[in-house]
Design a protein around this ligand. Structure first.
Ligand code: SF4
Length: 316
């Protein structure tokens, strides 16, 4: 709720002045039990920082993170450690997120033993179970990370995340480093695991087609703000925010008979050190009006479960 994460940085020619990077600036959303909420936007829009704040891997500057009814920003480190098993993360790079010196059974078993999920020989049995759950087998237990392909390593990362029986997994660009054919296998796996275990995902990606495939609802971020939130199908078929429209127009359509007009945005994303006044998209928006540079649009519900922050709909 109203999540803000600002990073102070040194700026100026002599690095003597302190400026503030407004990485996340007042973001609110909910993720329901067993749901996938997709967060999409260009690099640097604040989606990864949002995901890290949700897990308290970054301490928010302000705002609340309510997990199972408890605002976890108020918890002590000791209290937070108790909750950690229930909130896990799968990173983008399966090559660097596994310890190369440990065999798979230790990589996964470590989390199980540390959090007291199982003890002794039970740990090994649980590792076997998890490997089978992610499409690997018992023979893989004694192998090391370098003996696996990228897709297999990501399966191991998912097994490790599941080892602590979490309720929420943040998937941060979890399939972005994989080949397209492997991407679809991992997405299918995540879907099947969700159906079986009821785990919720915060699925972060810059690729709208990937987010659309796996998410029940999607939030679109631009320069530290959520600009549109809607159910996946609704967002794709009826995008309202000019930025969402541009993102969708850039997704390739597989049918050559179907032509979609591509919206090319002018300029680059402005610096989060000095975001534009009013609407943050004003410098690139093809439909900008005078009010857009003066007043910041709020995220409002313009249709059931469809929220948008844009003055084109403020008076709808
Ligand atoms: Fe464009 Fe104005 Fe809407 Fe911002 S508020 S997206 S500048 S029309």
């Amino acid at each position: 709720k109203n999540l803000v994460k600002h990073f102070p940085v040194k700026a100026g020619i002599f690095q003597r002045t302190v400026a503030v990077v407004k990485a996340v600036d007042g973001v609110s959303f909910q993720i329901k039990k067993g749901e996938t909420f997709g967060l999409v936007g260009e690099s640097g829009c604040g989606k990864t920082t949002t995901g890290r704040c949700v897990l308290m891997l970054e301490t928010p500057t302000s705002g609340e993170i309510v997990f199972k009814g408890v605002d976890i920003t108020k918890l002590s480190q000791k209290q937070l450690r108790k909750l950690r098993p229930k909130m896990q993360i799968v990173f983008q790079d399966p090559f660097s997120s596994l310890n190369p010196r440990l065999p798979i059974k230790e990589i996964i078993g470590e989390a199980i033993a540390y959090h007291g999920i199982a003890k002794g020989r039970e740990v090994e049995r649980r590792v076997q179970e998890l490997l089978e759950m992610v499409g690997l087998s018992v023979e893989h237990m004694n192998r090391y990370p370098h003996e696996f392909s990228g897709g297999q390593r990501q399966r191991i990362c998912i097994a490790r995340a599941l080892a602590t029986e979490p309720d929420l997994i943040v998937c941060d660009e979890a399939v972005s480093a994989l080949d397209v054919s492997i991407q679809s296998q991992i997405l299918k796996l995540l879907e099947n695991l969700q159906a079986k275990l009821g785990v919720a995902y915060l699925f972060i990606s810059h690729a709208l087609n990937v987010v659309k495939y796996i998410s029940h609802r999607i939030g679109v971020m631009y320069l530290g703000k959520l600009v549109e939130v809607a159910e996946s199908e609704e967002l794709y078929l009826n995008p309202l925010h000019p930025y969402t429209k541009a993102l969708i127009s850039a997704v390739p359509v597989p049918d050559p008979k179907l032509k979609r007009k591509k919206i090319i945005l002018k300029g680059d994303v402005p610096s989060p050190l000095n975001p534009p006044r009013g609407c943050r998209f004003v410098t690139r928006c093809p439909q900008a009006m005078q009010v857009c540079g003066e007043i910041e649009p709020q995220l409002i519900e313009v249709a059931p479960n469809h929220f948008v922050a844009c003055h084109l709909y403020s008076w709808a």
